[in-house]
Design a protein around this ligand. Sequence first.
Ligand SMILES: Cc1cc2nc3c(=O)[nH]c(=O)nc-3n(C[C@H](O)[C@H](O)[C@H](O)COP(=O)(O)OP(=O)(O)OC[C@H]3O[C@@H](n4cnc5c(N)ncnc54)[C@H](O)[C@@H]3O)c2cc1C
Length: 344
Amino acid sequence: MATGGAGQLFAVTTNPPQATGDGLAMALRAGVPVADVEFMQFHPTALHHPAMPRPLLSEALRGHGALLRDGRGERFVDELLSRDVVSRAMTARMLEQEVEHLWLDATALDAFDDRFPTIAASVRAVGLDPARDWLPIAPAAHYLSGGIVTDLDGASALPGLWACGEVACTGVHGANRLASNSLLEGMAFAPRVVEAIVGGKEGPAPAGALRAVLAAESPAEGSVPVRRIHRRPPPLLARAGGEAAAPAPHSAATTAERRDRLQRAMTAGAGVLRSAASLAETDKVLDELATPEEGPQGWELTNLLTAAGALLAAAEARQESRGAHSRTDFPETSPAWRCRLVLA
Ligand SMILES: Cc1cc2nc3c(=O)[nH]c(=O)nc-3n(C[C@H](O)[C@H](O)[C@H](O)COP(=O)(O)OP(=O)(O)OC[C@H]3O[C@@H](n4cnc5c(N)ncnc54)[C@H](O)[C@@H]3O)c2cc1C
């Protein structure tokens, strides 16, 4: 399984349209352990523009002196803090000032076009001049730190199912992925998966993130303890000759509308800042949307709903704030929750 992330769970994302959590959803349907899905990393500085996926204005800009300004043009956070802290500060400020975006002021940077040619091209493409204009920005869903739990060779708990890349939970990202750590997934884990399969490895080993999952009753010393949680049943898939009682599947047009509704509900209730109340509101929307779908668009929506159900279950269960998971009703990090939430 190498199907990538699930940024399309949210209305605002840097991820391509294919990042619909298909692999994650397939694993959940098969009862294969999946973990850390509450840790969706939001990138603070995505260009606020109707284009989706949102172009990224990389950390390098802030590293070179670009400033974050709120709706009134004032600075409000240390620009060099980590992604989760900056995204939280921005979201809180956007809610307080009732604005849809804030600003990145890179006007004082010298030779912008020469030093950041890709970013310059993407902002100039939407009519902005980085030497003169403040750039509109908002946090966007960027990277799912969790996924299918694997050992250090990419073997999942189901013999024969291997996972690699953003769809996998190898354990290296923990609750708060560091920027550019996808390189680890590609450069360390991808060759290990290939070597293990070619070398005839048949099943999972008690190693990496899978170690504690396989040994849930008596976790090995040094491994992150595991708590198992229940997930909502995945929505029905429409099948020819399926159960007579199943309601009729939706048309492609309404499927697109329903995907949009899911994304907006996830952004509002399960995004950068969450609470029991906002997660429950999102749950209600999922309940309303959980009906049979058919065709590729419908199957994608079914997978999104399945992945969303897992993310909500984990976010509801984790009554603390840790890394990329921020609960406004539980703002502190609690040692009681120093564990990996596993759905299966
Ligand atoms: C804008 C942006 C900038 C980034 N910058 C960095 C960076 O600087 N450094 C870093 O380390 N990481 C970065 N990341 C993260 C990193 O790029 C991704 O985590 C990584 O590319 C994921 O690789 P992958 O092979 O797991 O998945 P992907 O590259 O997403 O590939 C998944 C593939 O599976 C296909 N697929 C999906 N579902 C199905 C299906 N049902 N059937 C068949 N095929 C399917 C997709 O079409 C796609 O081709 C960035 C991500 C984004 C979005």
